[in-house]
Design a protein around this ligand. Structure first.
Ligand code: FMN
Length: 509
């Protein structure tokens, strides 16, 4: 067997510090300090602890040159076998094909080694950011000040006031008013469906290709409403549609050239959550309801199935598939979304104050009343039903338990195809930064497009990437999740605080 070292590897001498009563009783500072060596290899995405022999062997082997394992000068066999098993060393035989494929994928994607490592090892799984804030006592700005001390000054000054060149303040135009109404939304209205056209309008303005520039048969650049490093527009848009008229709730990929939704299979986790919701007494089971007939009472509430909606009609075998889905869904008991899961949170990410403002000013946007969502509907790929409560929980899990985003009508996962940007910026020190900056442009454009439509929008970087990758069939090397945005109707009352000090969105009094 031939072997070589994996392409990218960093070794960290890590120290962990924990409380130790015995240490304190012995007259020390009460802290136990333990050091170990951790191998960070981004093609694996999980860290591996290594011992001294293994560290030594990793330093000896080339990442670019294959050598026969038997030619190694006195290799410690245990170390060799373990490193091969963990995927830090790559073997050319069948047994090591899986790790070899991951390593080759990383090589082929032209990541900068540090960026690949940063991205791979800052992904979350199962993180509850809300609980973490509670545990650290930093839920509000007042608490943050108490626990963390004063922050660095809110805006830097480099000279005294007399030395400043003061700029004129402009008279506000409609554009200023639009900007002023851009407030991160943490209160969505689950009772009001988003009209299909309004959903399409926001998607078109923010994420759609506006033109194509064909350089050759296989090389096309897109023009979009946001800037993009190298004009490559690597960021794909994956959707969790929760509450849009005529769109079956579930997971989609947005095709930016065709301005179309591509239904995706129901993830295992969501399937399991639906079964649990149906089976458990936690959700109220209301009995079966006819899902297939648009004429049946309650059909408007049960959404897309069998009502000739645009998405269902694009499936490969629409009629048969929709009928199957309707049958599947019909078999399932209908779960009434309890809507009372203890949601009375007043905390928000960054600032103080329990929110309790009256209704937002909706005058800016069209007011289309949607029906309350049905509870179990067919998934977009028509393979299985989805319980509304399960989909809501699924979203909450993806945004690290930030329940204030869980009612968003549309959730947008920004997932760059890193290999597209790194095709030009090969192992480039700035490549990853360029991609991350682009997510910000998309987010701001989404905020403005949503605000213009009378909707609220948000972005969060507090996401459980590993669960997102599993759910959408992504991977952190070629295409992984970077951030989550969302948009939809604002709720009637501000339950979770928003930063609206000038009452631009939430009318005072
Ligand atoms: C990159 C980024 C990440 C953010 N992450 C979160 C988040 O995890 N949770 C949240 O509630 N808000 C999040 N926000 C929203 C900020 O808290 C918000 O922009 C800030 O408080 C200012 O409020 P405004 O957007 O209403 O002006 C994020 C904003 C940005 C730009």
């Amino acid at each position: 067997m031939k072997i070589r070292r994996c392409a990218v590897l960093f070794l960290e001498p890590r120290e962990e510090v924990g409380f130790d009563l015995q240490e304190l009783l012995n007259g020390g500072d009460g802290l136990r300090r333990e050091r170990r060596w951790v191998a960070l290899a981004p093609h694996l995405g999980e860290e591996v602890e290594v011992d001294a022999d293994e560290r030594e062997l990793l330093g000896v082997l080339s990442p670019s040159q294959w050598i026969d394992a038997s030619t190694l000068a006195a290799p410690p066999p245990a170390a060799l076998q373990r490193l091969l098993g963990e995927g830090l060393l790559i073997g050319d035989d069948k047994r090591h094909a899986a790790h070899r494929a991951c390593d080759e994928a990383l090589r082929a994607a032209y990541w900068h080694p540090l960026a690949a490592t940063l991205h791979a090892f800052t992904r979350w799984s199962g993180v509850d950011a809300v609980q973490n804030m509670k545990d650290s006592g930093t839920e509000t700005a007042v608490q943050m000040r108490e626990v963390l001390g004063a922050p660095p000054v809110e805006a830097a000054r480099r000279v005294d006031a007399p030395s400043q060149l003061k700029l004129p303040r402009i008279a506000a135009t409609g554009f200023d008013q639009l900007l002023a109404r851009r407030v991160t939304c943490r209160n969505f209205d689950p009772a009001r469906a988003l009209p299909f056209e309004l959903f399409a309008q926001v998607m078109q303005r923010v994420f759609a290709a506006q033109a194509e520039v064909r350089v050759s048969e296989d090389t096309v650049f897109l023009k979009k409403n946001v800037p993009s490093g190298g004009g490559l527009h690597p960021i794909e848009c994956y959707l969790i549609v929760q509450n849009v008229e005529d769109v079956a709730p579930g997971l989609y990929h947005y095709q930016a050239v065709e301005h179309a939704l591509e239904p995706l299979p129901l993830p295992e986790s969501l399937r399991g959550m639906t079964l649990a919701a149906v089976a458990s007494g936690a959700s109220e089971v209301a009995g079966e309801r006819e899902l297939a007939s648009a004429d049946a009472p309650g059909a408007a509430e049960t959404m897309a199935v069998g009502t000739g909606n645009a998405v269902a009609a694009t499936a490969a075998e629409p009629a048969a598939v929709v009928a199957d889905a309707a049958n599947d869904a019909h078999k399932a008991a209908v779960v009434v979304m309890a809507g009372a899961d203890g949601r009375n949170a007043s905390e928000a990410e960054a600032f103080a104050g329990e929110g309790s403002a009256p209704a937002p000013d909706r005058s800016a946007g069209p007011s289309t009343e949607g029906g309350r969502r049905g509870d179990v509907t067919a998934s977009p790929d028509h393979a299985a039903p989805i319980a509304a409560s399960a989909l809501r929980q699924f979203i909450q899990d993806m945004v690290a338990q930030q329940h204030w985003f869980a009612d968003a009508h549309v959730v947008v996962v920004l997932a760059p195809r890193f290999d597209r940007t790194f095709w030009k910026y090969r192992q480039h020190a700035k490549g990853y930064r360029v991609v991350a900056l682009e997510a910000g442009h998309l987010s701001q454009t989404l905020y403005l497009a949503a605000t213009d439509a009378g909707l609220g929008a948000f972005i969060t970087g507090a996401i459980n990437e590993k669960e997102l990758e599993r759910a959408f069939g992504l991977d952190h090397v070629n295409q992984g999740a970077l951030a989550i945005c969302g948009f939809g109707w604002r709720g009637e009352a501000m339950v979770t605080a928003e930063l609206d000090p000038r009452a631009e969105v939430w009318r005072a009094g």
